[in-house]
Design a protein around this ligand. Structure first.
Ligand SMILES: Cc1ncc(COP(=O)(O)O)c(C=O)c1O
Length: 359
């Protein structure tokens, strides 16, 4: 039986993907070897690489001329690479601080140049900043946002109109969870280990006009342009992670693509939010209702002294990964694409049972 896996990342992968990877592992398409034993310049691997790119392009609606890169170093590497490439002297990089991860991105940018906070979340309850009417200095290099704060479980609302100023988005924890208008972003980045596949590969989607403005003096591995010119094969890419991602992308397509996935994600998260909202204050959501994430559901118990008992009962009942992030405490259920609806129902049922016993 599959565990009730609510891990925040690395996180649940679709069971069908694991089975397919297992079947294909020792002898990939009659080659007598696994995909991870092949050259990254072999025909077989090239097909995997191109297919993953094309699947992402079609699922997210990315324009033909926009580059899709497979890099390493995680989303954390992007925190530094973005300002190193795009924040020039005399310019300012504007950051929206919606939670812990955007704050980390901001701090890294400050190491590189003039980075400023232009909007921030309110606390208690956590409320996403309203970005409508946001004004940016004329010398803004880019506006950085984080579409989903994984630790808080907070989703950023609509994007501001920034005119010609590009928007850079950390989409690590909600990429592929719903449809987006990819044309609104100059650059999107996402570590794979939530909705895309295993850890080890970071997807970067970047418009050509961004590259033409990038710093030319950085070491090669830090330059998006070098990776774009080399089709993410400038050096050895994480071939197995990209292969697994391509299987996940096939699976997403088979599920009906992003419209179907998004409807299911809203239903799944709704089951757990309903258990919170029906509890008469026994459970409280940590984020204001309009800003709740469908990917990471954070909640606490009104009686905090009961929280250790909730955690140990959840572990006993087979739930994995519910302990909240160390920065925030309480509980977090991450309900990424691959978490089955029945597992979310099981968690909602468990929460109601626990409340009956302790309420
Ligand atoms: C929104 C967000 N940004 C950045 C990161 C950091 O990612 P990585 O560990 O791949 O560097 C995470 C990790 O969970 C995340 O959730």
């Amino acid at each position: 039986m599959r565990a009730y896996n609510f891990n925040a990342g690395p996180a649940a992968l679709p069971y069908e993907v694991l089975q397919r990877a297992q079947a294909e592992l020792p002898d990939y398409e009659g080659s007598g070897m696994s995909i991870m034993e092949m050259s990254h310049r072999s025909k077989a691997y090239e097909l995997v690489h191109e297919r993953a790119k094309e699947q992402l392009r079609s699922l997210l609606g990315v324009a033909e001329e926009t580059h899709i890169l497979f890099l390493q170093g995680g989303a954390s590497m992007q925190f530094g690479m973005v300002p190193m490439n795009f924040l020039h002297p005399e310019q300012v990089a504007c950051y929206v601080q919606s939670g812990n991860w955007s704050n980390k991105a901001f701090k890294e940018a400050k190491l590189v140049g003039d980075a400023r906070l232009v909007a921030a979340s309110d606390t208690r309850p956590l409320t996403a900043p309203d970005l409508r009417g946001l004004e940016l200095p004329a010398n803004t290099a880019y506006l950085h946002v984080t579409s989903n704060e994984t630790i808080e479980g907070l989703r950023l609302g609509s994007l501001p109109d920034t005119g010609n100023t590009p928007i850079v988005c950390d989409m690590s924890s909600d990429i592929l969870s719903r449809s987006i208008d990819a044309s609104r972003y100059g650059l999107i980045y996402a570590g794979a280990q939530k909705n895309l596949g295993p850890s080890g590969v970071t997807v970067v989607i970047v418009k050509p006009e961004m590259l033409s403005k990038a710093n030319q003096t950085l070491p090669s591995m830090l330059r998006y342009e070098v990776h774009a010119k080399g089709n993410s094969l400038y050096n050895t890419p994480p071939t197995f992670a990209i292969y697994l991602m391509s299987l996940v992308l096939d699976w997403v397509t088979q599920q009906g693509g992003l419209p179907a996935i998004s409807a299911r994600n809203t239903r799944k998260a709704g089951l757990i939010y309903q258990a919170i909202d029906d509890s008469d204050g026994f459970y409280t959501g940590l984020v204001a209702k309009p800003d709740r994430s469908d990917m990471n559901i954070t909640f606490g118990l009104a009686d905090e002294l009961l929280e250790p008992a909730f955690l140990s009962a959840s572990v006993q009942a087979g739930f994995v990964g519910l302990k909240g992030h160390r920065e925030l405490g309480h509980f977090r259920a991450s309900t990424y694409n691959a978490v089955p609806e029945e597992h979310c129902q099981a968690l909602a049922d468990f929460m109601r049972d626990f409340m009956r016993q302790h309420g």
